[in-house]
Design a protein around this ligand. Sequence first.
Ligand SMILES: Nc1nc2c(ncn2[C@@H]2O[C@H](COP(=O)(O)OP(=O)(O)O)[C@@H](O)[C@H]2O)c(=O)[nH]1
Ligand SMILES: [Mg+2]
Ligand SMILES: [Zn+2]
Length: 353
Amino acid sequence: MFDLLSLGFGPFFAGQLPCNDAVPARIVAEHRDGYVVWSEAGESVGQLSGRLAHELQDDAFPGVGDWVVLKSLPEPDEIASIDTLLARRTVFMRGAAGREKRGQVVAANVDIVFVVSGLDGDYNIRRIQRYVARIFAGGAEPMVILNKADVCDDVASRVAEVEKISPGLRVLVTSALRSQGLEGVTGLLTTGTTAAFVGSSGAGKSTLMNAVLGEERFATGEVGAHDGLGRHTTSHRELVVLPSGGLLVDTPGMRELALLDEGGIDTVFSDIVELSVQCRFSDCSHNSEPGCAVRKAVAMGELPVERLEHFLKMLAEAQSFVLRSNERLRRKGERAFSKRIASDMKLIRKFKE
Ligand SMILES: Nc1nc2c(ncn2[C@@H]2O[C@H](COP(=O)(O)OP(=O)(O)O)[C@@H](O)[C@H]2O)c(=O)[nH]1
Ligand SMILES: [Mg+2]
Ligand SMILES: [Zn+2]
C-alpha cells in the first residue's frame, strides 16, 4: 500500500478531485501499451478510458509523474481505468517525434529537473542552455549536474561557464562511477520531492540513478541494449522511490530538444530582459534600433555579444516553431471544415431526391 503524501500528493491535487471517494493515483511508468500507476491499492496497470483519450486529442497525453483519477480502487490484477488527468503543477515537455509537432510529457509534477551532462565529449554549453530554458518553461527548478568529473582536468572552469548560463543557476559536480558528489543530489531529494534526470544518452543518468538508489536497477551503457540480466534499459520512463524518500525519474536520452515556445527564454536571459526595459522602443529587437540599452551594454563590455546572439537565436527558433504548429492546426481545422461541408452537401442532395 502506498501513502499518497510521500508520493508527492498535496492540496493542489486534492483540490481538483471531483468527489470525496475519487481514487487518485500517480503514473510511475509508461509503456507502449499502458501505464503503471500507484494508488492506495498499491501498484496496478492502468489504461486511459476512451473518453479521456478522446478529450486529450491534441493535448499531451499523461506521462510519468502525472496525477490521475481512477474509475475505482483497482482489485488485484484488474486493469485500472484512468478517467481524469489532474492539472499539472509543473511539467517537462519535449517536441514529440514525427511530423505532428505536439508536445510530449517527459516528466510531470517535478520539483527539480537535473540536466545531466558528461564532462567528456558530451559537454555542450548550448545544449545545457536549451534544457534550462525548457525546464523554466514548465515551471520546475533547473539544476545542472556535471558528471564524469573523473575524466575532466578543468572542472572549475566548466562550472564557471555553466553558472553563467542563467543568473542564479545551480551546478553540481559528480562522478557517478566513483560515487562522488552524490550527497549534493540526494540531499535535495527528501520525502515527497520529485525530480527527473534529463540529458543526452551516455551522460550517465542511469549510472547516477543506480548510485543514488544504492542498487543496480537500471542498465547502463548502450541505450536500448539489453544487458541480459533482466534489468531495465532506459527505453521508457520510470519513477522510483529513493532511500532518501525522494522520487526520481530516469529518462531516455533525447536527440533533439525543440523550443516549443518562448517559455523560459526570458528567465534564462533575465539579465537581457532587465536591460531591455531601458531600450527606447518597447518592442526593440536589439538589432539596430536607436537607443537600444542591450546593444549599449554590449558596446560597454557589460554583456558578451555571444550571449545576446544566443538569446536572439533561441527566440527566433521558438517563434518559428510556434508559427509552424499554428499553421498545422489551421490546416487541420480547414480539413475538418471541408469534410463537414461535404457531408452537409450529401445530406442536402439526399433531401432533394
Ligand atoms: N568515467 C565515467 N564514466 C561514467 C560516469 N557515469 C557514467 N559513466 C559511463 O558512461 C556510460 C553511459 O552511462 P549511462 O548511465 O548509461 O548514461 P545514460 O544514457 O545517460 O543513462 C556508461 O558506460 C557509464 O559507465 C562517471 O562519472 N565517470
Ligand atoms: Mg540511461
Ligand atoms: Zn534594445
